[in-house]
Design a binder for this molecule. Structure first.
Ligand code: ADP
Ligand code: MG
Length: 184
């Protein structure tokens, strides 16, 4: 059964708020894999997650591959965008990066799909030309492992409250159990 949740944001700030609704629910050992084209908003969401765990100034690890932060818990932020990064991740030792004491936030995680654990949170950001606004970003949250289902429910409740308070787009589509735009 697909228990995906969709949340649409309308600005980078809203995406950081969405991340801040998820961050406090994450625990060491959790793996979050982010998909979506370049500029979709993966790093922006990670910034919101990290800020809620006490880490500011998160930058893209596209060229450095991995950034490690010390917040409420250790955070490992990986980006496997570049073609040679899969090999580099293997060289770095993905098992080491899968530190049970750290939260792993992985951009372009699908590129190393077979290395991912069986339980993780998959997030996909879709952009479509049919969107009214360039800043509109539908986020799909797909739980892998039943533990993620209550976490997503809690994230939804928190995000609903925070986004309603911050939003200039209160009338737009926001939370949904199905894609907010037709699949192309
Ligand atoms: P990625 O890590 O997926 O390559 P980034 O988070 O680095 O993407 O960049 C997202 C870009 O899109 C930024 O320039 C940001 O300002 C812009 N943007 C516009 N609207 C949004 C939104 N709703 N959420 C996130 N980023 C947005
Ligand atoms: Mg990025």
């Amino acid at each position: 059964m697909d228990r995906a949740l969709w949340v649409t944001t309308y600005s980078p700030e809203e995406t950081r708020i969405l991340g801040a609704a998820l961050g406090p629910l994450l625990l060491p050992g959790d793996v979050v894999s982010l998909g979506g084209e370049l500029g979709a908003g993966k790093t922006t969401l990670v910034q919101g997650i990290a800020a809620s765990l006490g880490v500011q100034h998160v930058t893209s690890p596209t060229f450095t591959i991995v950034h490690e932060y010390e917040g409420r818990y250790p955070i490992v932020h990986l980006d496997v965008y570049r073609l040679n990064s899969i090999q580099e991740v293997l060289d770095l030792g993905f098992d080491e990066l899968l530190d049970p004491g750290a939260i792993l936030l992985l951009e372009w995680g699908e590129a190393i799909g077979p290395l991912l654990p069986s339980k993780f949170l998959e997030i996909n950001i879709r952009r479509s030309a049919s969107h009214d606004s360039d800043d509109e970003r539908p986020f799909q949250f797909r739980p892998h492992g039943t533990e993620w289902i209550p976490k997503l429910q809690a994230m939804r409740d928190t995000a609903e409250t925070l986004l309603a308070a911050a939003s200039e787009n209160a009338d737009g589509p926001r939370f949904s159990d199905s894609p907010p735009v037709p699949e192309d």
